[in-house]
Design a protein around this ligand. Structure first.
Ligand code: BEZ
Length: 212
């Protein structure tokens, strides 16, 4: 059955561009992003992996480790990484899983047969420090993902994990957040000393708690 939000991310051991890797050992206490691309030596994927490499500091600032995956082999990954580094002016510094036998792709339901029988779509999973699946997105092969949006969602997810807040439509880091409905309005001042605005009894806004 397909994975759903809140499920435990299945553990696996697989070959990768940096050797044999076990997901849980690799993640340790960090958050994770596991994302698939259809194939090596393809144009959109080349830009996506280059962009991800350039965002290394942003992922590290969010205590988040990144793993890519395709159903190509290790030698293919290694050659392609040189191309990515050359053409995208960066250094790929995260593992690319070589899922030749499609073991991980099947575990994470990354092959959507009506899109392609043999290649993974652009699946992306954010895995929390508790190993639970926090975000699932699927893009077609023809559309490169927006990695600013992925960082934005990680910010939102980590705020929810650490404070009792949610984030409104189009929220960006630094903007006001929503106090979750489970918190009674009477309890807000003690929990959110920066204050709050009650727009409606069910819509209470407060400054983002983790910034000055
Ligand atoms: C790409 O990564 O560029 C790509 C892969 C499969 C189909 C279309 C584009």
């Amino acid at each position: 059955m397909a994975l759903r939000l809140g499920d435990i991310a299945p553990d696996f051991t697989a070959e990768s561009s940096v050797g044999t890797i076990n997901l849980y050992d690799f993640l340790g206490d960090s958050w994770g992003v596991l994302f698939s691309h259809p194939a090596d030596y393809t144009p959109v994927c080349t830009t996506e992996l280059g962009r991800t490499a350039k965002l290394a500091q942003e992922f590290a600032a969010r205590n988040t480790k990144v793993l890519a995956l395709s159903v190509d082999d290790v030698e293919s990954h290694k050659g392609w990484i040189q191309d990515i580094n050359e053409t995208q002016h960066t250094t790929v510094n995260f593992p690319i899983i070589a899922d030749k036998d499609k073991k991980v792709a099947e575990l994470y339901d990354m092959i959507h047969p009506n899109a392609s029988e043999s290649f993974t779509v652009r699946s992306l999973f954010v895995i929390g420090a508790d190993k639970k699946v926090k975000l699932i997105i699927s893009y077609p092969a023809s559309t490169g993902r927006n990695f600013d949006e992925i960082l934005r969602v990680i910010d939102s997810l980590q705020l929810t994990a650490n404070y009792s807040v949610a984030t409104p439509a189009d929220w960006k880091n630094g903007e006001d957040v929503v106090v979750i409905p489970a918190i009674k309005t009477a309890d807000i001042p003690a929990k959110f000393p920066k204050g709050f605005t009650e727009v409606k009894p069910y819509l209470r806004l407060t400054p983002q708690p983790n910034i000055d």
